[in-house]
Design a protein around this ligand. Structure first.
Ligand code: 2IP
Ligand code: CA
Length: 354
């Protein structure tokens, strides 16, 4: 298990380097922002975009993982398809070849920086600090979900210098989750926040496998114990917001991965989303971490734990967490003792509404 966890962490850091390589571009509009087609787009947004960084970062993660673990070939899935601007993005054999491919799409200086980042043999600071006594895992039963850049709209606004307060680059996350193909349960998760604290970055990992729960991280010391109450999207249904205002404060935060990270770190006690605007790639990694921390991610509609072994499809909507999600962590340490056992409090509050 330690080897695959280490690979997920290092792959997330390569993606983080790709994201960081887009900063300080002389040409602000150089990111090759492409509008997603109707089938690809998230209903959360009037227009949904992807950038060359999303596509390259996902390809980097995929290639890093299947090179190290060939048994994962064909079982690494992610938000993006590899095509952008009419070109299929591949990590070539050398930096120069990748840079040449990217130069057909963006300015040569950015293409070079992105290619160097994508090929870097980076070792995350946690590389040497992972526990060696984690349980053995059968990698041939694992599948992977990747969100190479969560909160792409905030990434674009951050790079272009147009982000609103408390938004922009700081809410961007790289999300990688491993699930068991035989059962659909999430077992290993990594959330990498590349631009945390002036791009020093922050990373949280967790495993929940056959009863063993472990987690750790880098720059994750400050646990705030539920002071943010419940996180919601700014696009949440006002009636849902009103319902939960009766039990605690509601904090709006951008980015699904950013909110899930905040719950896992104990900043908020839960994240409630009634809409079908997250996908398996948004929740798989954070879900494994929340399980490691004594929590879960369940369907807002059915209250069943989310499962990840959904059959392949060319229709991304098949991977949607349809009907919304409720994510919660370990509420035993919550400063507000009335909010302990948060799952049941949320379910009762939903049952009693109207
Ligand atoms: C998005 C992104 C959005 C979020 C949406 C996700 O993922 O995290 O910020 O909306 O649900 O699917 P909100 O910020 O309102 O929670 P991506 O950027 O990867 O498409
Ligand atoms: Ca994304």
């Amino acid at each position: 298990m330690t080897e695959i966890l280490r690979a997920l962490i290092n792959a997330s850091e390569r993606a983080a380097l790709v994201a960081r390589s887009c900063c300080n571009s002389d040409n602000k509009n150089d990111l090759l922002v492409a509008e997603k087609s109707d089938g690809e787009a998230n209903a959360r947004f009037e227009k949904d975009y992807k950038t060359i960084a999303d596509v390259l970062a996902q390809e980097c993660i995929r290639k890093t993982l299947v090179t190290k673990f060939p048994e994962l070939t064909g079982h690494v899935r992610g938000e993006e398809c590899c095509e952008i601007g009419g070109t299929s993005i591949k990590l070539a054999d050398t930096v120069d070849e990748t840079a040449e491919l990217l130069t057909s799409l963006v300015h040569p200086s950015l293409a070079k920086r992105m290619a160097v980042a994508a090929h870097s043999d980076t070792k995350h600071p946690l590389h040497y600090q992972l526990p060696s006594d984690l349980p053995d895992v059968d990698v041939s039963d694992l599948g992977i979900w990747i969100d190479p850049i969560d909160a792409t709209a905030e990434f674009i606004a951050g790079i272009n210098g147009t982000a609103a307060l408390n938004k922009g680059l700081q809410v961007v996350t790289v999300l990688i989750g491993a699930y068991r193909r035989s059962t659909g349960e999430p077992v290993i998760g990594v959330i990498n926040q590349p631009f945390f604290n002036s791009s020093q970055g922050r990373l949280l990992w967790g495993i929940c496998y056959e009863g063993v729960k472990r987690w750790g991280g880098h720059n994750v010391e400050n646990f705030d114990l539920g002071t943010a109450g419940i996180y919601m999207s700014s696009a949440e249904d006002p009636l849902i917001r009103k319902t939960f205002m009766t039990i605690c404060n509601i904090t709006d935060a951008a980015g699904a991965g950013n909110k899930l990270l905040g719950v896992a770190l104990g900043d908020a006690i839960a994240y409630i989303l009634s809409k079908s605007t997250t996908f398996l790639w948004d929740t798989c990694g954070p879900h494994a971490i929340l399980k490691a921390r004594g929590g879960d991610v369940i369907s807002f509609d059915t209250h069943a734990s989310i499962q990840y072994n959904v059959p392949n499809s060319s229709d991304p909507q098949q991977f949607c967490n349809a009907g919304g999600i409720i994510a919660y962590g370990d509420s035993d340490q919550c400063v507000n003792s009335n909010l302990r056992d948060i799952k049941n409090i949320i379910l009762k509050t939903l049952a009693n509404r109207k």
